[in-house]
Design a protein around this ligand. Structure first.
Ligand code: FES
Length: 111
């Protein structure tokens, strides 16, 4: 299984993905720049991605905590999701996402 991830500079990466892992973990473990500050606890929004239009309806629906957290993110769109809330499965083979602004490790809210 694979996912396709476009990073903050516009480079598209194809990453091997294992079932049961969070999409955020896959992105992080392959060394892409994702802050994911809270480590997957749905408490930071620094794992924010924009999901390709073909894929939005195929994802597990958003829960309230994810919606609330996304309210605090930058550049939130209809296709915004927190990648730590997306669990890899066969159905998501080929998933296409783009890392949203504000997800880089060096980004400002470090202070
Ligand atoms: S890693 Fe913090 S909300 Fe996803």
């Amino acid at each position: 299984m694979h996912i396709h991830v476009t990073d903050q500079s516009g480079t598209r990466h194809t990453l091997e993905a294992l079932e049961g892992f969070r999409v955020m973990e896959i992105i992080r473990d392959w060394g892409l720049d994702i802050k994911a500050e809270c480590g997957g606890g749905c408490a930071c929004a620094t794992c924010h991605v924009h999901v390709a239009p073909d894929w939005t309806d195929r994802l597990y629906p958003m829960q309230t905590e994810e919606e609330d957290m996304l309210d605090a993110a930058f550049d939130v769109r209809d296709n915004s999701r927190l990648s730590c809330q997306l669990l890899m499965s066969e159905e998501l083979d080929g998933l296409e996402v783009t890392l949203a602004p504000g997800t880089q490790r060096g980004d400002r809210e470090a202070a």
